[in-house]
Design a protein around this ligand. Structure first.
Ligand SMILES: [Zn+2]
Length: 336
């Protein structure tokens, strides 16, 4: 990688431009966070106040500035506007700046900015709804692979291998977790997010992503459970009471461990079950329909922790390689 710092005044001007671009992208990501889970278009119609329908004009839509100028209230009905809108904008701007510090004006900056712009909305959507939309993770994986091509054949191979190995690792963890604990241990969308992260960061980051995400998720989850009685956020409109008694067991249509199967059928079913058997994410009711899954007190959404681990590996790998013992750094970051 060649460092190409810009001379004189151009440096600060281009840096400022990139941060402002980050703020504007963050403003758009707020729209993505609100509309993608609801299946609405992210281009039409113009942004409105969810309360009174007041349509936002361009000067009410300037990142950070408008929120401050409007004193966090809608101009139509004076309903308070959540501080999360400017926070998402600020976060995206700061992450764009961090990417520039890490990669300077090199080609590597492009995939880094794209990855940040995918991880920010995925994180907030998972916190709000406990889902990771496939429309974002699957297309994100493809974009990651396309952006890997200019970085050379070796990098592209590592990225494609990463997407496949990351997906299969999580798929197997999901399956084994389901067989052992008889309940959904991992969100169904997590495996696609890991595939996406590894399409950008290659298979070399997989172990680091797994370790950082689960360690940080476990520590914060336990602290939150002790402090607030919940390890993860609530979902809107979900009653707080715990369901009474034992939940009904989950059932699968194909199962190679089912008693009474002839050996050959069992053997044929093993790879099929491991790779393709859909895992119901909720117990089935009497009609065989999935009941709405409700996160219990100890559930944590894993997506935000995967996203955080991905960002840490994207931005901090050289630093980790300096401070960690060489072989551990190589294992976690892929950098010697
Ligand atoms: Zn309003």
């Amino acid at each position: 990688m060649t460092q190409t710092s810009l001379p004189g005044l151009f440096g600060p001007i281009f840096t400022l431009f990139l941060v402002v671009l980050g703020l504007c992208v963050g403003s758009f990501l707020n729209v993505v966070i609100a509309r993608v889970p609801a299946g609405q278009s992210i281009v039409h119609p113009r942004s409105r106040c969810p309360r009174c329908g007041h349509e936002l004009s361009w000067y009410e839509n300037i990142p950070l500035v408008s929120w401050l100028a409007l004193r966090a209230r809608c101009r139509g009905c004076k309903t308070p506007i959540s501080a999360r809108y400017p926070l998402v904008e600020l976060l995206t701007g700061l992450l764009y700046f961090a990417c520039l510090r890490r990669f300077d004006w090199t080609y590597e900056l492009v995939p880094a900015l794209v990855l940040v712009s995918l991880l920010v909305p995925l994180t907030f959507i998972d916190l709000d709804h406990w889902i990771l939309p496939l429309s974002m993770t699957v297309s994100g994986t493809l974009v990651g692979l396309v952006l890997a091509v200019p970085r050379g054949m070796d990098f592209f191979r590592d990225a494609a291998l990463g997407a496949a190995v990351g997906f299969l690792t999580f798929r197997l963890m999901e399956y084994v977790g389901w067989k052992v604990f008889k309940k959904e241990a991992l969100g169904a969308g997590d495996k696609y997010l890991v595939a996406m992260l590894c399409a950008f960061l290659t298979w070399r980051a997989l172990l680091g992503i797994l370790l950082f995400a689960s360690m940080q998720g476990a520590v914060v989850g336990i602290l939150m459970l002790l402090a607030t009685g919940r390890a993860g956020p609530r979902t809107e409109g979900v009653p707080e009471e715990e369901p009474e008694g034992e939940p009904p067991p989950l059932t699968m249509t194909w199962d190679f461990t089912r008693p009474g199967l002839p050996l050959w059928k069992r053997l044929v079913l093993v790879p099929f079950c491991l790779l393709f058997q859909p895992i119901p994410d909720a117990p089935l009711d009497e009609e065989g329909q999935e009941e709405d899954w409700v996160p219990d007190r100890t559930s944590i959404p894993f997506g935000p922790w995967l996203a955080l681990a991905g960002l840490e590996l994207l931005l901090l790998s050289p630093w980790l390689a300096r401070v960690l013992p060489a072989d551990i750094a190589l294992m976690l970051t892929g950098l010697a």
